[in-house]
Design a protein around this ligand. Structure first.
Ligand code: C2E
Ligand code: CA
Ligand code: CA
Ligand code: CA
Length: 278
């Protein structure tokens, strides 16, 4: 037993070493990714469930490494957060999304809003407001065309300063939404005090909606609570017609997911907007 225990242990450390070696390798490569122009934004349509119209888009960051190929944001975003690089990378995302949104407005295919994900690390950064403001000014994009997606983690640790930051961003004109809603720990009491315009219902609730009565009940409760608090709702990960129909029936405002469109490279997303326009 001792022997196998020891074997298991060394197996475990070998795994751990391999994964931290990979993390280190990615971290080193991330340092150069911005200047080497290895990042791109893809855009995913946000569709009004009542009309089927594309009313918004979420910017999703893509990293294409010349040797290793595409690396998932689920893997590199945490590394960028832990090393602080998320601040510079996040500024690039904001600046790029603001320029794209402005170009679409000028082309007459403008959206109500373009959404950008903000990590909790960015949210706590003392210069966040200046950074957002600078990106809007440089792109000449009106603040109300930008939506910032926050996670519950950004708000729960220090609700008082979270309220401060949200209020400042809101006064600069930006819309705020709560991402992955239902997976965190924010209290209803906090929620109603924040200047949030929208809750994004996490895709884990949407996934099994046809089979799981609990998930249906949770979705329904989130939508009705949001309505009571004067907030809109967007469902994430909508893949099937049955999910769309259920969400529409429950009064969900918008849907996002493969049923409508995958996240697309900027040229393909622009083509989709032009197609909708004509
Ligand atoms: P998220 O903000 O919850 O983004 C939604 C994720 O769901 C995206 O994964 C999207 O591609 C995926 N998705 C969209 N529709 C469907 C669907 O119908 N089915 C399924 N199964 N998945 C769908 P992605 O692009 O891999 O991004 C993963 C996460 O990485 C994001 O989750 C977000 O937390 C983070 N992320 C992405 N871009 C940025 C960024 O610019 N800044 C920060 N801070 N985080 C980002
Ligand atoms: Ca998001
Ligand atoms: Ca989400
Ligand atoms: Ca997520």
């Amino acid at each position: 037993a001792k022997r196998s225990g020891r074997n298991r242990y060394s197996f475990f450390t070998a795994d751990l070493e391999a994964s931290s070696a990979r993390a280190l390798m990615l971290e080193n490569a991330l340092h150069r990714a911005l200047e080497r122009q290895q990042f791109a934004l893809h855009y995913q349509a946000q569709v009004a469930l009542q009309t089927g119209q594309i009313v918004g888009a979420e910017a999703l960051l893509r990293w294409q490494h010349p040797e290793w190929g595409p690396i998932s944001p689920a893997e590199f975003i945490p590394i960028a957060e832990n090393s602080g690089m998320i601040i510079a990378i996040g500024e690039w995302v904001l600046a790029t999304a603001a320029r794209d949104a402005k170009r679409w407005l000028d082309q007459g295919i403008g959206l109500r809003t373009v959404s950008v994900n903000l990590s909790a690390v960015q949210f706590r950064h003392p210069q966040l407001l200046e950074m957002v403001s600078r990106c809007l000014d440089e792109a000449q994009l009106p603040g109300h065309r930008l939506e910032l997606e926050l996670t519950e983690g950004a708000a729960v640790d220090d609700p008082a300063s979270a309220l401060d930051v949200m209020t400042q961003l809101h006064e600069r004109g930006a819309h705020l939404s709560m991402d992955d809603f239902g997976t965190g720990y924010s209290s209803l009491n906090q929620l109603k005090r924040f200047p949030l315009g929208k809750l994004k219902i996490d895709q884990s609730f949407v996934r099994d909606v046809h089979e799981d009565a609990n998930d249906r009940a949770i979705i329904s409760a989130i939508i009705h609570m949001a309505q009571a608090l004067g907030m809109r709702t967007t469902a994430e990960g909508v893949e099937t017609e049955a999910q769309r129909a259920f969400l529409l029936e429950q009064g969900c405002d918008e849907g996002q997911g493969y049923l409508f469109s995958r996240p697309l490279p900027v040229a393909a997303f622009e083509a989709l907007l032009h197609q909708q326009q004509s």
